[in-house]
Ligand binder design. Structure first.
Ligand code: GLP
Length: 261
């Protein structure tokens, strides 16, 4: 796991966007795994800026989103469909037919989930999966206790997640209780993982994910099992890392390291 700690949210977002831009410049028909939440907003803004000002091209890109609330129409202001359209898709040249987001309104969830998994495979798999982290250490909506080999499925949200997300809804009881989410196993199949976290309310989850034991109780800890996982943090999110000095030392010496891959 590569841990890259930046002084600010803006620098964290720009550095993570460079990873995505580098992929698109070398593989214009890349498959991106997209995340929602407040964390990746800065990354999306930077990608939009790179598109507008530097011609970063999304015309051959395919995207798969991690998750969606069950029961919200795509036009609902808190649905992840709406979030992605508002904050990213409408600002870049992504062909509509290349955008995949789990449906929160299907009549048959198991069939939909199987189809979603198959589509990812048929498109050649995900090149870079963008990830945030919940304050309890979850990735996507893989709540504590999820199997680390889980696939796309319907999930009941944890109380902590519902409480965390209540700020986006008019009333706490409006927060959906169920979600459809890629599984941890699905996520681990991406060629590269890019986890972002900012703010001190993520410090515990970040410490547990990076330095704690690999456990289904903190599903982000499964990133430790991935051969190419990068974690971008701002300073406050890194506050509980015991090996902070070593991570900074590695980054400082990276330019001089022998090229072995
Ligand atoms: C939700 C999403 C996750 C996201 C998390 C953190 O649970 N399903 O994908 O990482 O929220 O959101 P935020 O970035 O707003 O803190």
């Amino acid at each position: 796991m590569e841990v890259k700690i930046k002084p600010t949210y803006e620098e964290m977002s720009r550095a993570a966007a460079q990873e995505v831009a580098h992929l698109l410049n070398t593989k214009p028909n890349a498959v991106l795994g997209m995340a929602t939440g407040s964390t990746p907003l800065g990354l999306y803004q930077e990608l939009v800026r790179l598109h507008r000002e530097e011609g970063l091209d999304f015309s051959q890109v395919t995207t798969f989103n991690l998750d969606e609330y069950v029961g919200l129409a795509p036009s609902h202001s808190q649905s992840y469909h709406y979030f992605m359209h508002e904050n990213f898709f409408q600002h870049v040249n992504m062909p509509k037919q290349n955008i995949y987001i789990p449906s929160g309104n299907t009549g048959n969830y198991p069939a939909f989930c199987n189809w979603y998994e198959r589509r990812i495979e048929e498109c050649g798999g995900i090149d870079i999966q963008i990830l945030g982290i919940g304050s309890d250490g979850h990735v996507a909506f893989n709540e504590p206790g999820s199997s680390l080999t889980s696939r796309t499925r319907l999930k009941t949200l944890a109380k902590q997640t519902i409480d965390d997300n209540a700020r986006f809804f008019d009333k706490p009881e409006d927060v959906p209780i169920y979600a459809i989410t890629m599984g941890v196993g699905t996520i681990l199949e991406a060629s590269e993982l890019l986890l972002l976290a900012n703010g001190e309310n993520k410090a515990w989850a970040v410490g547990a994910a990076i330095e704690g034991p690999v456990t289904g109780m903190v599903t982000a800890s499964a990133l430790q099992m991935h051969p190419n996982a990068k974690v971008y943090l701002d300073d406050p999110a890194a506050a509980q890392l015991k090996m902070r000095e070593y991570y900074d030392w590695i980054e400082e010496h990276r330019p001089g390291a022998p090229q072995y891959y």
